[in-house]
Write a protein that binds this ligand. Structure first.
Ligand code: ZN
Length: 315
């Protein structure tokens, strides 16, 4: 009920304010998701990991609830070095979208987590800056996002652009028809494809992600994508992709540093303890990814309990 009075809520980091000045300023945007996800759980886990890193000063910005007027949602992007998007829902106002494009194009950092790439299926600049995305059909939201949207339940198909995957040591753009999909959540192998990037430097070649979804067949303009890591689903599962799917990748967009992390499923029946967001592999690429998007560098070392190719490591 507090949301009836607050246009949007900003929850500021607690802690020593004199130290906060030296920390990287992060805006975590959340507040809406499709009906298969729990944004409160996901954003709580993201906030927990960013606070634990000790180098970030995080403000959590909670958008108005799905179905409410978005006109009042107008964060001041330029006060932050990086925006972490844990948001999948209604389009923002024209002015908020325009200021966001200016922010990223002008050199701002952007990290999208999991279903954030389902958002804004009809916002061309967002599609360009995120490269590829998944769903976004109106009927995936409760209440229905846009009753006039003809796509309803469907995922993005070839009309959005190619899908991309990793094959024979490089990225493949595939124009063949079909929608985005994913198998049921399970433990699967992540493979690092670029060991020279600050985010992935020093990580083991392969490691297990815990109980997560391998987003597959994501589609979009797919320009300027640099794949850092891929995932390969258990082929015995329904909707398992035959390809090594991109799950951590940067996108060249203006002067911005943009990173997609498609890991991190927190289901509607789960909370911040969901294994996908508490596996140390997810935690590390989140913490490192946000630092890189903000500064272009990574100063964080690897924890001792990083998962291996044989064992997940859920805290
Ligand atoms: Zn999911």
């Amino acid at each position: 009920m507090m949301t009836t009075l607050l246009f949007f809520a900003v929850i500021t980091s607690l802690g020593a304010s004199n130290l906060a000045d030296e920390k990287i300023k992060v805006m975590l945007v959340t507040g809406q998701s499709n009906k298969y996800h729990n944004w409160e759980g996901a954003s709580a886990a993201i906030r927990q990991h960013l606070d634990a890193a000790g180098i970030f000063s995080v403000d959590t910005v909670v958008a108005p609830p799905l179905g409410e007027n978005m006109e009042s949602f107008a964060p001041k992007w330029s006060d932050y070095q990086v925006v972490v998007l844990d948001y999948d829902g209604a389009e923002w106002s024209q002015s908020t979208k325009a200021s966001f494009v200016d922010y990223v194009k002008g050199g701002g950092g952007l990290v999208t987590v999991h279903a954030a790439n389902n958002s804004f299926a009809y916002w061309p600049e967002f599609l360009d800056m995120t490269g590829i995305g998944g769903w976004g059909g109106a009927g995936l939201y409760d209440p229905i996002l846009n009753p006039d949207d003809p796509s309803r339940e469907r995922s993005r198909d070839e009309s959005w652009g190619p899908r991309v995957y990793w094959e024979d040591g490089g990225i493949v753009h595939d124009d063949s028809p079909g929608g985005a999909y994913h198998p049921p959540r399970h433990d699967f192998l992540v493979t690092i494809r670029d060991h020279n990037h600050p985010i992935t430097r020093g990580l083991p070649e392969t490691w297990l992600q815990a109980n997560d979804e391998v987003y597959s067949g994501l589609r979009g303009p797919a320009k300027g994508i640099n794949i850092l890591a891929t995932g390969f689903a258990d082929p015995t599962l329904r909707n398992a992709s035959p390809h090594h799917e991109p799950l951590l990748f940067t996108i060249d967009y203006g002067q911005g540093r943009v990173l997609q992390n498609t890991l991190g499923h927190v289901g509607a029946d789960q909370d911040a303890n969901a294994p996908a967001v508490q596996n140390v592999g997810f935690i590390v690429i989140l913490q490192r990814g946000v630092e890189w998007a903000a500064t272009g560098k990574v100063t964080q070392s690897l924890p001792d309990d990083f998962p291996t190719a044989y064992h997940t490591s859920v805290r």
